[in-house]
Design a binder for this molecule. Structure first.
Ligand SMILES: Cc1cc2nc3c(=O)[nH]c(=O)nc-3n(C[C@H](O)[C@H](O)[C@H](O)COP(=O)(O)O)c2cc1C
Length: 215
């Protein structure tokens, strides 16, 4: 989905990429992403929505190609996703916890971003992203109450953000959200997701950086 400028047209418009990381269409994280997209849209941002489940791609095969020329040599749907990442300033990700981390498709996307790491840290060029320094808003849910539920994604997403020149905001980290429509029983979480979408383009306060939020 792609949306144009929203009502508040005097504000600077940014490119926002909203990624749906769950294999379950119409589930909890899809609903949170939809709210955040609506919030970003209301602020006049240009939003592109990407459901990873609709795209066929593999993980990184460690062929070494990107460390030679800064290009990913695996020719599949990730080539289109690289273009979306290059154009976006801010990124929103909704993802459920699968065995204490993001689902494989999200991790595969992250691993395929090795080319940005190679450009910056091996080839010493810029990343190729058009608007580095934007925000990354994570909206994460899990079915359990484990205290450590979001430890692994905080590290994984944090490492990805360093590579992608994004500022990590663990915007929502919600426990005990399990059945497909469970998030609908938490309207305050949906409201919060929309608010976070509205502020996705704002500079993060120090207290928000790398931090999780609860509602
Ligand atoms: C394969 C699989 C693994 C899961 N692993 C965890 C887990 O480790 N911890 C947890 O709290 N929930 C776990 N869950 C539950 C999901 O995180 C939960 O159902 C979530 O609400 C799904 O979000 P969605 O509707 O956006 O797909 C798992 C679910 C599946 C299918």
């Amino acid at each position: 989905m792609t949306g144009g400028a929203g009502p508040e047209e005097d504000r600077p418009m940014a490119e926002v990429l909203a990624i749906k990381g769950s294999p379950r269409a119409g589930g909890n994280t899809d609903a949170l992403v939809d709210e955040a997209v609506q919030g970003a849209f209301e602020m006049g941002h240009h939003v592109t929505t990407l459901a990873l489940r609709e795209h066929q791609f593999s993980g990184c095969v460690h062929c070494g190609g990107c460390t030679r020329d800064g290009v990913c040599h695996v020719k599949d749907a990730m080539q289109e996703v690289f273009g979306m990442l290059d154009r976006s300033e801010h990124v929103i990700l909704g993802a459920p916890m699968f065995f204490m981390d993001v689902p494989w498709k999200v991790k595969a996307m992250i691993d395929r971003c090795q080319l940005y790491w190679a450009r910056r840290f091996v080839l010493k060029t810029d990343s190729g992203r058009q608007h580095p320094g934007g925000n990354f808003l994570a909206l994460l849910v899990g079915g359990t109450e484990y205290k450590t539920l979001f430890d692994a994604p905080r590290l994984v997403l944090g490492a990805w953000c360093v590579t992608m020149e994004l500022e990590l905001q663990m915007g929502l980290t919600l426990r005990k959200i399990d059945h497909k429509k469970a998030i609908q029983e938490h309207p305050e979480a949906l409201v919060r997701a929309r608010e976070l979408g509205r502020t996705v383009g704002d500079p993060l306060r120090r207290s928000e950086r790398g931090r999780g939020g609860r509602v």
